[in-house]
Design a protein around this ligand. Sequence first.
Ligand code: F6P
Length: 361
Amino acid sequence: MKRIGILTGGGDCAGLNAIIRAVTLRAIQEYGWEVYGIYQGTHGLLRRPVGAMKLDLSFCTGNLLRQGGTILGSTNKGDPFVYPMTDGTFKDVSMDVIEGYHLLRLDALIGIGGDGSQDILRRLAQRGNLNLVTIPKTIDDDLSHTEHSIGFMTAVDVATEALDRLQPTAASHDRVMILEVMGRDAGHIALATGIAGGADIILIPEIPYQMAVVAHRINSIREQGRNFALMVVSEAVGTETGEKAKVMDREGRARYGGISQYLADRVTDLTGAETRFTVLGHVQRGGQPIFQDRVLASVFGVHAVDLVAQGKFDRMVAWQNRKVVDVPIQQAIGGYQAVDVKGSLVNTARGLGIYFGDEKN
Ligand code: F6P
């Protein structure tokens, strides 16, 4: 009998519990293994006694598939290689995390995370000779070698609904509505939301914009007789001169948010239009996963367990060409997947008349 661990690292998103369920069902029903859910990413492996619970089939009935967040908890802080101590110093505690894996007597670990968490898990696995399989999740959808990561499609669904709700109030008050969405350094959420929600303008970090072009588009919409306009903006878009709306956390990581306020002021200055902005924030991460994330989470969970059964480690499960596959973790996290500015979605948006702020007037 094998004992496997599962943990969720990085920012949470919808669909994590659906993965935990799929892993548990497959590991127990098909292989008769024991499954341990580790609390709060690698933090659980640092605790003594190790922070973990045994997952059995009773966890998998009922609500788990539908439930947002992660029942195991997660963290996007505390890289064990530079772990922040209470006295303000940093310490390498990676060997303690590795010890936690052995204390749990694990034969393998399934780690669910974005590029940052997967990078940490891989370095731990290499250092401690641990058997690791990873599953991609991030609402930002910026991991390469997989068409989608868990959480992205639900985030876009939430943002699209927000735009659906903003449109009638924009039209009722003759306003320009700006919806700011997450995405860290990639504009995937903004792009998909803008197309699905009928935006007039989409601003993403991959395409530099000019306010004069944005203003021109808003003025031309009014000249055509429409009294409102919808803009979707990725949080990582900067000002025209490139300054980002961000704060730095203790570990030196940037947290974005608030660029839509600057954009709203500029739109009003340049067009005279009454403008409002909405920063959607973590609403995009919570709530029930939509069916696409539930299906993908189930596919990824089952495949990850099968990889462990085959002794195939250091692999990330991925979705390519309508099939589940697996790729070396290093390959997946080594290539950042920003929006392809010449790709089908950008071309589609342009084909619909959506502006990115780089058009020639
Ligand atoms: O990476 C996922 C993400 O939601 C980003 O889109 C966003 O910039 C960031 O995490 C927010 O992080 P936090 O939850 O620490 O505020």
